[in-house]
Design a protein around this ligand. Structure first.
Ligand SMILES: Nc1ncnc2c1ncn2[C@@H]1O[C@H](COP(=O)(O)OP(=O)(O)OP(=O)(O)O)[C@@H](O)[C@H]1O
Ligand SMILES: [Mg+2]
Length: 264
């Protein structure tokens, strides 16, 4: 359902600060794939997600979702198929608006926002149902301004907003990295549930190798703008973090020394 075909992204081409962020990347995702993405700092993980989401245009190659070529489509048009959650809990929700107002924006995505601004009773009950499934008590706080929520609550709400309209593709970029470990764990549980319930297709960047192995049905490893390994479910099942490090060293020909790739 997603095809990334020979994609290259060069920042500041021709200048002294030229940087090849993606080097001839090929990736195909089947419907329902949940792929975790690992790699060191600057490996190109965020660039891969940004290229797909349309944050910038690529220099070479093409990108298709459901056989629709989106390579030259602006970001806002791609948003009809793509849900995103970033690392920063402040992004993705409007802090000065209430939980229900934020959710009403999410369900109106892609529609004319000047029409029918009120939140009707039916929508409220849908929001309440979804919020209660997060098991964070947010269904009791629908009129609370989002700016008053904790980082974890806010990230869980952002996830709900990104998935409530069932995107064809969900992109998660270290969305638990700014949270404390126990909140991060809780948000990962929410993530897993929303993905399973929606049968979503997902690319999830993580620095946590344990999460990378535990979640999803496939793991890709990136280094210097390229995908250097693509690990299927059968291998993931038996793989330990040590094996992942060995694979990284074998494929990248560099010793493993990345303190941001968490070992626990
Ligand atoms: N907007 C930009 N302008 C110039 N260079 C950029 C830009 N965005 C990314 N890069 C460069 O492209 C390379 C890949 O960056 P990217 O953010 O994709 O890495 P990453 O794998 O997400 O790393 P991290 O783990 O630190 O988040 C890096 O060298 C980075 O400095
Ligand atoms: Mg990144």
């Amino acid at each position: 359902m997603l095809l990334v075909d020979h994609v290259t992204k060069i920042f500041d081409p021709g200048s002294i600060s030229e940087k090849v962020a993606l080097k001839n990347v090929d990736l195909f995702l089947n419907e329902g794939d949940f792929v975790t993405v690992i790699g060191g700092n600057g490996a190109g993980k965020s660039s891969l997600l940004n290229a797909i989401a349309g944050k910038f245009f690529i220099n070479d190659g093409r990108i298709l979702i459901d056989d629709i070529e989106i390579t030259n489509m602006p970001e806002f048009k791609r948003a009809q198929w793509i849900g995103r959650v970033f690392q920063d809990p402040m992004m993705g929700t409007a802090g000065n608006m209430t939980i229900e107002e934020n959710l009403s924006i999410a369900i109106r995505r892609g529609k004319n926002r000047t029409l029918n601004w009120g939140i009707n009773r039916n929508e409220k009950s849908v929001f309440e149902k979804h919020l209660s499934e997060l098991e964070l008590g947010l269904e009791e706080r629908m009129k609370t301004k989002v700016g008053l929520l904790s980082g974890g609550q806010r990230q869980a709400l952002t996830l709900l907003m990104a998935t409530i309209k069932k995107p064809r593709l969900l992109l998660l970029d270290e969305h638990t990295a700014a949270l404390d470990p126990s909140t991060g764990k809780k948000v990962m549980e929410v993530t897993k549930k929303l993905i399973a319930d929606g049968g979503l297709t997902v690319l999830m960047v993580t620095h946590n190798m344990k999460d990378a192995l535990e979640f999803g049905n496939r793991t890709i490893m990136m280094q210097e703008g390229a995908i250097i390994a693509d690990i299927p479910l059968e291998e993931k099942k038996t793989m330990k973090i040590e094996n992942l490090i060995q694979l990284f060293e074998k494929k990248s020909h560099t010793p493993f020394a990345n303190d941001r790739m968490l070992l626990n």
